[in-house]
Design a binder for this molecule. Structure first.
Ligand code: ADP
Length: 658
């Protein structure tokens, strides 16, 4: 017996015809039919308006009434149930009018036992199933959209106060305003950052839950991708005097296709955990190719020599919300969401993740990802010079000069910039070759040319190789140092041949970077710097920028203004779109406007469109709590979007970047 149930509304004023039709329906083996019988047009319309049937069989002649009237009224009322008109005899004109009035088909009662009847019922039901699925899809989509909007809103609401917490703490620490409370301020800063990490995790999990994780597959150069992660994580490993090691003994493809942001997130999370739970020894990253179901997959293993994970915990370690007991007894902070997110992200990249661990001897996390078609990719052994570093405290003679740091990865650019600042240099930033060219032209026009450029090779818009050619054409004859993983044979020679003066390898080693810079730049007279990364305000040589901060949260607005002023800019706040418009019409020469996405009297994007129209020369930057689609930004004339909480580094980057 068919297990599909179809609810039929049979509109028929003749009982014999009702019995005949329903008997026949029950003999059809495609469905089980539940039949509701009504005899009048009014009852028929009443039932149709309830929308609980999958199909309606409607007699054309209902006593004195005409079935066509019912049909017309039903479709006028928005009825979406397929209606088949039953007529006494074949009549072409009548059949055509039934179809025109919205019937899906018409049948002659006398032919009710033919296969045509069975087919008409089947088609009408199939059609209704498709319609139901479509409606269900639309409903689900609408539900997801509102969840999505809620998440974006929540994210915004949570990030805004974090801007104040982290921002004021940074100001107090960096400006040494509360020398007696340094320890306490560091506690606030660490806890605020921890809260931000948790917030990001919860939002990631929610995105995964509503199926809203963006897929962003792109080609990434594996060697420099790994080198960048190493540069960042090495800083943390060195702080704990641990060794961070890469083992990649098999040739690996130079380029893979994957979601770079998510792969980076997984690797950083695992390496970070390795460092966090290891007191001495090493954290090792192993990369190899493995064959799974006849396909080449890229496999990563992060192992450490740390405390290990108890057996009882291993089974649930990738499952969110199942670690409550451990969390309560746990020494380290954490909601235990990081690994669950990693496991979801790995699935999203086409692979699997597993863990083995032995208490007091170490843990090993292995995951694979689908690297796309790598069969034709050139392969190489990726190695880094892994001398144990020099990121420890250094006392080096200070250098002098203005350097431009060009790298598309925000945190790498800042890491290099911070190192340069700690050597005494004045730093400007660009995130690709095109911006570097613009920066150089601008610096020349202000008689403040750069003394040296540090340039990444793989960048969007204009890569390092093309950028150096353009720079040399512009007669920039100062040293340009390439910062690259350059694992392929011959790359170094190629870079030197096109005009780079030196290559400083990634992952970045502070001492090596210093040596590179020192071979071209002069020493400052009679001073040394300690490694303490005192952030200097290096913008004194730049013309002062006038920036408007449009933000309705007063605390967040104040701290952003304060941070901008501490970086040498002139900043003014506006708490609403109206105030922003008033400032624009009364004061001129704004360089940039930082726009909050949600304002009490306007949507940030709409306001941006208005400003762009009236003041196209002002650079618009969106400050939001959740990511905004690239297309919406472009349409509103926004050149970049930054995610709350804003901090000093982000703002400095903004000030020095065009
Ligand atoms: P969180 O998001 O709280 O950082 P994770 O999901 O990343 O948590 O990790 C969950 C827990 O698993 C950690 O709190 C820790 O107890 C354990 N763990 C993860 N990685 C390691 C490791 N490399 N060594 C020991 N324990 C680990």
């Amino acid at each position: 017996m068919a297990d599909k149930i179809a609810r039929v509304l049979l509109v028929e004023d003749d009982e014999d015809d009702y019995i005949l039709t329903s008997d026949y329906l029950r003999q059809l083996d495609s469905h089980q039919f539940e039949i509701d019988w009504v005899t009048t047009p009014t009852k028929a319309l009443e039932q149709l308006s309830l929308g609980k049937h999958d199909i309606c069989l409607l007699d054309y002649q209902l006593g004195a009434y005409n079935g066509l009237t019912v049909l017309e009224k039903a479709s006028k009322n928005g009825c979406s149930i397929p209606i088949i008109m039953l007529t006494g005899q074949s009549d072409d004109t009548l059949d055509q009018s039934a179809l025109a009035a919205g019937a899906v088909d018409y049948l002659v009662k006398g032919e009710i036992t033919t296969s045509r009847f069975a087919r008409a019922i089947r088609y009408a039901l199939a059609r209704q199933e498709i319609e139901n699925e479509r409606l269900e899809r639309i409903n689900a989509e609408t539900r997801n959209q509102s969840k999505d909007r809620f998440l974006a809103h929540l994210s915004h609401e949570l990030r805004t106060p974090l801007t104040s917490i982290l921002g004021y703490t940074e100001i107090l620490l960096n400006d040494n305003k509360a020398p007696n409370a340094k320890a306490e301020l560091n506690i606030i800063l660490n806890n605020g950052r921890h809260l931000l990490g948790l917030l990001n995790n919860v939002l990631d999990l929610s995105k995964i839950a509503v199926g809203k994780l963006e897929h962003n597959i792109e080609a990434i150069p594996l060697d420099s991708f790994i080198a960048d992660i190493f540069s960042l994580m090495k800083v943390h490993a060195c702080e704990k005097a641990l060794e961070l090691v890469l083992h990649a003994n098999t040739p690996l493809p130079l380029s893979i296709q994957t979601d770079a942001v998510r792969l980076r997130q997984v690797l950083i999370n695992l390496i970070h955990n390795g460092i966090k739970f290891t007191e001495q020894g090493q954290v090792i990253l192993m990369i190899s190719i493995v064959i799974v179901n006849n396909k080449e997959m890229l496999s990563f293993t992060v192992s450490d020599t740390g405390q290990g994970i108890p057996k009882s915990m291993l089974a649930t370690i990738f499952k969110p919300f199942e670690q409550v007991e451990d969390i309560i007894s746990r020494k380290e902070q954490g909601a235990g969401l990081g690994l669950s997110i990693c496991s979801e992200l790995v699935k999203h990249m086409g692979g699997t993740i597993e863990v083995t661990s032995e208490l007091n001897s170490g843990s090993q996390f292995t995951f694979s990802i689908d690297p796309g078609d790598i069969t034709t990719q050139p392969r190489t052994i990726i190695t880094f010079d892994q001398q144990h570093s020099s990121n420890a405290k250094l006392a080096l003679p200070q250098l002098q000069g203005r350097v431009l740091v060009v790298d598309d990865m925000d945190d790498i650019r800042l890491l290099i910039g911070h190192n340069c600042q700690s050597f005494g240099l004045t730093v400007s930033y660009a995130s690709n070759g095109l911006q570097a060219l613009e920066q150089c032209k601008l610096a020349d026009s202000q008689d403040a040319s750069f003394d040296l450029i540090l340039m990444d090779i793989h960048m969007p818009e204009l890569d390092g190789k093309r950028a150096i050619k353009a720079l040399r054409k512009l007669a920039f004859n100062k040293p340009i140092i390439a910062i690259t993983a350059a694992t392929m044979k011959g790359v170094k020679q190629e870079l030197m041949a096109i005009g780079f003066n030196l290559i400083v390898p990634k992952p970045i080693d502070k001492a090596e970077l210093y040596r590179g810079l020192a071979s071209y730049l002069n020493l400052k007279e009679q001073s040394t710097c300690s490694h303490v990364d005192a952030i200097k305000d290096n913008n004194s040589a730049e013309p002062q920028q006038r920036i408007m901060v449009v933000e309705d949260d007063n605390d967040a607005a104040d701290i952003t203004v304060l941070l901008l002023e501490s970086l040498g800019a002139k900043a003014v706040k506006a708490n609403s779109a109206k105030q922003c418009q008033a400032l624009l019409s009364t004061e001129k020469n704004w360089s940039k406007i930082l726009l909050d996405l949600h304002l009490p009297d306007a949507d940030g994007l709409a306001l941006a469109r208005t400003i762009q129209h009236a003041y196209p020369e002002v650079e618009l930057i969106l400050v939001s709590g959740a990511t905004v689609a690239e297309q919406s930004l472009e349409q509103a004339g926004i050149t970049q979007a930054i995610l709350k909480p804003v901090n000093r580094d982000i703002l400095q980057n903004l000030l020095t970047k065009l």
